[in-house]
Design a protein around this ligand. Structure first.
Ligand SMILES: Cc1cc2nc3c(=O)[nH]c(=O)nc-3n(C[C@H](O)[C@H](O)[C@H](O)COP(=O)(O)O)c2cc1C
Length: 239
């Protein structure tokens, strides 16, 4: 059993390909789902459903869908990019541009001029390599009491995500959150493939498995004093 802070620090996004033949043991999957089960949720609404997909034909079909990238995504994503390790280390937030296809890292992308047909084909390949996917659903009609835009309900889904992610990390199982399944067209197709009721929404999907090559990415974080204040907002002190 690792101590909790080291699990938190070692948890990471494993975006590469997984070995589809290396299955996730059922007892490990149960522990990951158990972690979701005990996640805190607003008003203890437990506002999620999870579809476990381990049928290779269904995973293949989900992977074969088209994952379009919107101009808005491309433009706003550009703002989060760093073009060198030095830049990323200095900014302490965001992602290396090398994570993304070259077309998404040009000045034209920043100006919102990269449009239309850009497709995130890597997502499909990554999905197809996964021995198991978890599709996390919620019912937008069942919002947390008096929570505008179901802000609290959405946070609750994040709690379930993090619990599962930490459990997977502690078991040495790679985990990758995939938001692309919530895009309108893709979501409709996935819901059709999995018989998901029309009224439910896909919050996010997770790929679980064992990477072909271990993720070796520079991960940065702000320092404590970059986001904490002591007694008065803006009173930055080293903790
Ligand atoms: C709500 C949410 C949505 C995310 N969506 C994606 C996604 O669609 N694709 C992806 O590769 N990573 C996604 N991530 C992972 C983040 O990019 C990642 O956690 C962040 O860059 C920090 O890297 P780390 O997980 O390795 O610490 C998501 C994370 C969260 C919390």
């Amino acid at each position: 059993m690792q101590d909790i802070l080291s699990v938190i620090q070692e948890r990471q996004s494993a975006r590469g390909l997984y070995d589809p033949k290396h299955r996730v043991a059922r007892q490990d999957l149960r522990k990951i789902l158990e972690a979701a089960r005990w996640a805190p949720t607003a008003h203890n609404m437990q506002n999620f459903e999870i579809v476990i997909v381990d049928d290779t034909t269904v995973i293949e079909a989900i992977g074969n869908l088209t994952y379009p990238l919107s101009t808005t995504f491309i433009r706003e994503n550009y703002q989060q990019l760093s073009f060198s390790e030095e830049e990323l280390l200095r900014k302490k937030v965001g992602l290396p541009a090398s994570h993304f296809p070259p077309a998404l890292t040009t000045p034209a992308a920043a100006r919102g001029e990269v449009t239309g047909e850009q497709e995130n084909s890597f997502v499909g390949r990554a999905i197809k390599s996964s021995p198991v996917l978890l599709i996390v659903l919620y019912d937008p009609a069942r919002r947390a009491p008096a929570s505008e835009g179901d802000f609290l309900g959405i946070i609750s889904l994040g709690c379930a995500m993090e619990n599962m992610w930490l459990m997977a990390a502690s078991l040495g199982i790679a985990f990758h959150v995939v938001s692309a399944l919530s895009g309108d067209e893709v979501e409709k197709e996935v819901k059709g493939l999995l018989d998901i009721p029309v009224a439910l929404k896909i919050a996010f999907a997770c790929r679980l498995g064992y990477p072909v090559t271990p993720p070796a990415q520079l991960r940065v974080r702000r320092d404590l004093e970059d986001f904490t204040s002591h007694n008065h907002f803006g009173n930055r002190e080293k903790m």
